[in-house]
Write a protein that binds this ligand. Structure first.
Ligand code: IMP
Length: 431
């Protein structure tokens, strides 16, 4: 039995999709436990590019089972569209299960996301406007519609009867005259429920049975630690628990069953959306990373803000997730630079800060303290491919130095190194 959690240690977009796909080869079951259609992960297989927002990446392997856990908020029509697209493209997907306890993103959640973002002014997170925050707010405030409700007209009717007039009052308070007629919404919910029904199951029981049967389970966190509702840069993050603990609360995995936690660290930092970002590079270098790294949002296509690797941020993430090994991604993006900088501390008005600050004003006023390492030359994809075939020692010495510097600074082994989007451009470095 193994139960591995894969988490992002930065702002999401660390390249988790590829890492999950890679480790997914060894898993029987791949599970998503948080977030919703705000996440976008891309997997490239041969000449084919697949982008998913809700389905776990393991869905491309027909011998696997993929699970959307109850911690995820679901757009039923989007899940159904992603499944339909796979079939259209000739992929026989994995067995797909959707939790009966997962909350449903309703059309009014998306509308509220937009309105609330506008009203928040400078405190807006720059959300993906997929209704994520309002859906999780409703879950916590007990206004939520769950997947199981889509399969039960009586419960659905009772909830919509009670909740829709309240939602209309919320819109009115925001100065929006929105009418939410019950019948068409109920009809849509029931139609989507009927279409989703073949996939709906009690995923908590399924996963706990699988643990007893010694199955290998891989859990993927969407987004990253610094977008997590509790650990992230508040209020600029998302509304769910992206950290490894989310695998327990969002999929029903008992904490002692988790056998390893892989933290995905991108060799530099990027973020989409608002909020403090100490190692951000605004000039040419930021542009260089964005272009070479293809740093544009998978869901919204927004250009991502880019900067150097920030180990204050990463070390905090490694700690709160209990990371047992690191998967270092997009190292190839740094080739061709004269020097590679790594943030090792912050300077807050002359005071050295190594613990990640809670206060967003303090964080915004922190200046990064860098260690400057030697760069290595430009490397063509074919050269990377040869290096990967030959193994770790074939990497340029300066490149190995960067890897070993991160290991020494964090005290966590780097066991996987990704140097390109394809599956083949992955270097495994086992203990
Ligand atoms: P929301 O999750 O759509 O509410 O957006 C909240 C914040 O999280 C915004 O800054 C988004 O840009 C960011 N965000 C949400 N999902 C992702 C993701 O998968 N990758 C990167 N950033 C994300």
């Amino acid at each position: 039995m193994s139960c591995t959690v894969i988490v992002g240690t930065q702002f999401g977009d660390e390249g988790k999709g590829k890492v999950v796909d890679y480790y997914g080869q060894d898993a029987d079951i791949v599970v998503r436990y948080n977030g919703g259609a705000n996440a976008g992960h891309t997997v490239i297989v041969g000449a084919e590019r697949f982008a998913f927002r809700l389905l776990p990446s393991g869905v491309l392997r027909p011998d696997k089972t993929v699970v959307i856990g109850h911690g995820v908020v679901i757009d039923p029509d989007l899940v159904l569209a992603e499944i339909a697209e796979l079939r259209q493209r000739g992929v026989t997907p994995a067995t797909i299960y959707v939790s009966d306890r997962a909350h449903v993103v309703m059309p009014y959640h998306k509308a509220l996301d937009g309105i609330e973002e506008t009203l928040k002014g400078s405190l807006r997170a720059g959300t993906t406007r997929r209704g994520i925050g309002p859906c999780y707010s409703d879950k916590v405030a007990r206004f939520g519609i769950r997947v199981c409700d889509l399969l039960d007209e009586e419960v659905l009717q009772a909830k919509l009867d009670a909740f829709l007039p309240i939602k209309e009052r919320v819109f009115a308070a925001y100065g929006e005259a929105v009418k939410l007629p019950l019948e068409p919404l109920k009809a849509t919910c029931l139609r989507l429920g009927a279409q989703l029904a073949p996939y709906v199951t009690d995923t908590i029981t399924f996963l706990n049975d699988a643990l007893r049967q010694q199955k290998r389970i891989l859990l993927e966190g969407a987004q990253g630690t610094h977008l997590d509702i509790d650990y992230g840069i508040y209020p600029y993050g998302t509304s769910s628990n992206a950290v490894a603990g989310g695998a327990c609360t969002g999929a029903g995995i008992p904490p002692p069953q988790i056998t390893q936690v892989i933290g995905v660290v991108k060799a530099y930092t990027s973020r989409v959306g608002e909020g403090p970002f100490p190692t951000e590079l605004e000039g040419q270098l930021g542009e260089y990373l964005r272009e070479r790294g293809g740093e544009y949002g998978t869901v919204t296509q927004r250009p991502r803000r880019c900067g150097w690797l920030d180990l204050v941020m990463v070390k905090y993430a490694l700690r709160v997730n209990g990371v047992t090994s690191i998967a270092l991604t997009k190292l190839d993006v740094l080739s061709g630079l004269d020097a590679v900088k790594v943030g090792v501390a912050y300077d807050y008005h002359g005071q050295e800060v190594t613990a990640f600050p809670a206060n967003m004003r303090v964080l915004a006023e922190c200046q990064p303290v860098y260690e400057t390492l030697e760069g290595w030359g430009e490397m063509a994809r074919t050269t990377w491919r040869r290096v990967v075939d030959e193994g770790y020692e074939a990497l340029p010495q300066a490149c190995r130095r960067v890897i070993e510097f991160i290991e020494e600074a964090t005290g966590v082994p780097i066991r996987l190194i990704s140097v390109g989007p394809e599956r083949a451009l992955t270097l495994r470095r086992d203990a």
